[in-house]
Design a protein around this ligand. Structure first.
Ligand code: HGY
Ligand code: MN
Ligand code: MN
Length: 416
């Protein structure tokens, strides 16, 4: 394993690459919007493959567009060590979420190459497809397929808001083949380490450089469709109305109240999307669809929140005579990071004299699904005020440099 101090992280080049990638976007700078299987996503993929090839990595893509860039190690038998994250971005996002874990991993590999380190195990960078739920309603499609959490057939028929099936969209992006081929068996990798911004305020608040993540929160998404009765906003009198948007609005406030009532700061719930039909100012909403995001570090407490929401929806539906249909889009267990890799992360921080602390991840990541096929760990770096999923998301170059240094040391330890 190289003497850590010999590792030279080229943070100027990495910062320039982060800025360059941020411009491949459907958003007005500084906002970044890069939706999976969009034109910008395609452009970003081509730009990234060129960077991987410049670093002499062996690049291949699977049938859903997960991209693999491998630094071959001396052994072709031993399972590789993996790292990586995602580059798709929700609308009006920032330029660091996911990107730090992809370009940072590339920089970690380049620094190790330059230091003369020779890996025994190959080191493989993974750029996962569709970590964000924006287009298909469910997140981490690439890592869910790799880990067998989503099966090929039901994934190919997932549709976006324009009713375009994932199958057609992936083929149009050049990703052919049967989705079943994305599946990886347990121990395909010796381990997976993901570098990511914290997307919370605690590292910056405490003046700590690195978060050694021990657990990843359990996310769930409910899709609730309310069917009432439409009509003329002027002619239809108030008594007897069956306004679907009023039923949905009551539900949104119940979601907030139930999350606040668990007594734990670890319970969060959000309604981030709402579709109103017919969506005219002078027409009573007859159909409304909301997606509800519920998370907690404790799965049982999260499920308790879900069951309270369901009970409340039944009551609102009866009282308002508005039909309500609830679909569970996903309800995933939390992940526990591998203690042996978390300890390596801590050892590297000590060797580098970089401050660190153990913490949980309240956001979900591809690591939440990679944990089903190999041991995982996550390395967090601070982001300003914990802001994320906003154009003013910011991670300082020195914070990114420290994260890449610790990632490189961890990968070197695992691949030695
Ligand atoms: O929502 C999340 O936790 C992740 O940023 N997709
Ligand atoms: Mn995100
Ligand atoms: Mn992310």
């Amino acid at each position: 394993m190289p003497e850590h101090h010999s590792l030279r992280i080229d943070i100027a080049r990495l910062s320039a690459e982060i800025d360059a990638l941020a411009l491949i976007s459907d958003g007005e700078p500084p906002a970044v919007t890069r939706i999976v299987f969009s034109e910008r996503d395609h452009e970003a993929r081509e730009w990234l493959k060129a960077r991987y090839r410049e670093a002499s990595l062996e690049v291949h893509e699977d049938p859903v567009g997960n991209t693999f860039a491998r630094w071959p190690g001396a052994s072709t038998q031993l399972p590789a060590v993996a790292t990586g994250s995602h580059v798709d971005a929700i609308p009006h996002a920032g330029k660091y979420d996911g990107v730090v874990g992809v370009l940072g991993a590339l920089e970690a590999i380049r620094a190790l190459q330059q230091s003369g380190f020779q890996p025994t195990r190959s080191i493989e960078l993974i750029q996962f497809t569709s970590e964000e739920p924006t287009r298909f309603g469910i997140g981490c499609i690439g890592s869910r397929l790799m880990s067998g959490t989503l099966d090929a057939a039901s994934t190919d028929i997932l549709c976006d808001k324009q009713n375009q099936p994932l199958h057609d969209l992936r083929l149009n992006s050049g990703f052919t083949g049967n989705l079943a081929a994305t599946r990886m068996l347990r121990d395909h990798y010796a381990g997976f380490v993901e570098l990511h911004i914290e997307q919370g305020p605690f590292l910056e608040r405490d003046g700590i450089s690195i978060g050694a993540v021990t657990h990843i929160a359990a996310p769930a998404t409910l899709r609730i469709t309310f069917e009432g009765e439409g009509g003329h906003a002027g002619g239809k009198l108030m008594p007897g109305r069956r306004d679907a948007f009023c039923a949905a609005s009551e539900t949104v406030l119940v979601v907030e109240r139930v999350a606040l009532s668990t007594g734990s700061i670890d319970t969060v719930a959000t309604v981030g999307t709402c579709e109103i039909y017919p969506g005219a100012v002078n027409s009573i909403p007859s159909r409304v669809r909301i997606d509800v995001d519920v998370r907690d570090i404790e799965e049982a407490r999260r499920d308790e929140v879900i069951s309270k929401i369901k009970t409340a929806v039944d009551e609102i539906s009866m009282r308002r005579n508005v039909a309500a249909k609830i679909q569970m889009l996903n309800a995933d267990p939390p992940a526990t990071c591998a203690p042996q890799i978390v300890s390596i992360v801590e050892r590297v921080c000590q060797a580098e004299q970089i401050s660190y602390k153990r913490m949980v991840s309240r956001a979900y990541h591809d690591s939440l699904f990679m944990v089903r096929i190999c041991p995982v760990a996550m390395i967090f770096i601070p982001c300003h005020d914990g802001i994320s999923h906003r154009p003013d998301e910011y991670a300082a170059p020195e914070a990114i440099e420290a994260g890449v240094r610790v990632l490189a040391g961890t990968l070197a330890d695992l691949a030695a």
